[in-house]
Unconditional design. Structure first.
Length: 375
């Protein structure tokens, strides 16, 4: 609508320039005030409408086009009443540029209304030509049909553009709704997976630790219960952003020490910070891998899994390895959350992160957790 209105405004300026000689010649056939008013109604109104449509909401632009089309009818009707019959063969200048009014009508009115408007304009052309020199009924009808047909081309193009644009708008809105639904479902699935991992890693571990006690709340249980509550909250406990960079080595050392102080952590002395969300996902997955190793690897007394951290260029990698009994991934029950949600699923939710589990019966287990910063 904005594009066509701008083109119509430019056409009004061009028609005014092309018709300047005819307008000056016919000025003597009407009162001077009417000539100036007709110039404004025919040429000025489309320019003002074009500016309004470019700057205002489209609903206001549609109303402005309707007013512009009505003002054109006023100009044509006034010309028939206030202008003396033209002694020349051509029509009055206001009736030679009917495309301006009909184009504005096509932008503002329903299709049937716009075509009715075109018919009214053609009828006014017939009325004006009946009394003109060299006129008569047959010639007047010819002029009217010519006006109707030439304007019909512009109207059909405008209406076709508007119809296709509305279809595109409808498809775009439908695609946006579908994308929003998909994103909502994805976010719901990610949150459900996060809660599953938290339940497995912290909440159930806390309940198991509590069930083994004698009813007293020792400091370790209190600390683990506090961590479980913090983990259930999606926001960082210190109010920082998930995108803030933190030291992954310091975090893995702290968390591994809390799990089992005997677990060795090999890491570079100067670690490059990574986003908090990435560091927590890598460390949480590493903690779960180490906890699985302590529980299920059947390591000899005194042995623990090993943890190593390496950073190369934009890649950060954590490896948790043991020389235990190993396992076959085919034998893991589908409903078990340890590997599916706490390790693999946790990193699948982090862009650029992957989890690779290499294990076989009798050959130990190696869990590689990596993240590559997107450029």
């Amino acid at each position: 609508m904005r594009a066509v209105s701008a083109i119509t405004a430019g056409g009004a300026v061009m028609f005014a320039w092309l018709g300047a000689v005819m307008i000056q010649r016919e000025a003597s056939l009407a009162p001077a005030w009417w000539t100036w008013l007709a110039l404004f109604l025919v040429f000025g109104a489309p320019v003002i409408v074009g500016v309004i449509v470019l700057l205002a909401p489209l609903s206001t632009g549609r109303t402005a086009n309707a007013i512009g089309a009505a003002l054109y009818l006023v100009a044509v009707g006034g010309s028939l009443v206030l202008t003396e019959p033209s002694p020349w063969v051509e029509s009055a200048w206001a009736l030679n540029i009917t495309a301006l009014g009909t184009t504005m009508a096509a932008l503002a009115m329903p299709r049937i209304g716009a075509w009715f408007y075109n018919g009214v304009v053609a009828l006014l052309v017939v009325v004006e030509r009946v009394e003109a020199p060299g006129g008569g009924a047959f010639a007047a009808v010819q002029h009217g049909l010519y006006s109707f047909a030439s304007c019909a081309v512009f109207m059909a193009l405008v209406q076709l553009v508007l119809i296709q644009a509305r279809r595109v708008d409808a498809r775009t809105a439908r695609a946006a709704r579908q994308a929003a639904d998909v994103e909502t479902a994805r976010a719901r699935h990610a949150e459900r997976a996060r809660v599953d991992a938290v339940l497995h890693d912290t909440v159930l571990a806390t309940l198991m630790l509590a069930s083994r006690g004698d009813g007293r709340v020792d400091p370790e249980l209190r600390l683990q219960a506090s961590e479980a509550l913090v983990a259930l909250d999606a926001e960082p406990p210190d109010g920082s952003s998930p995108d803030d960079d933190i030291d992954p080595v310091g975090l893995i050392r702290e968390r591994m020490t809390r799990l089992d102080a005997r677990i060795p952590v090999s890491a570079p002395s100067m670690a490059r910070p990574v986003p908090r969300a990435v560091a927590e996902a890598l460390v949480d997955a590493a903690i779960e891998a180490a906890r699985n190793s302590l529980r299920h690897a059947e390591l000899p007394l005194g042995e623990t899994p090993t943890v190593s951290v390496t950073q190369k260029a934009d890649r950060t990698e954590l490896v948790v390895a043991d020389d235990g009994i190993g396992f076959s991934s085919d034998g893991i029950e589908r409903g078990r959350l340890g590997l599916r949600s706490s390790i693999v699923g946790r990193l699948e939710r982090v862009p650029g992160a992957t989890a690779d589990i290499d294990s076989a019966p009798g050959q130990g287990t190696r869990v590689t957790l990596s993240w590559t910063r997107e450029r």
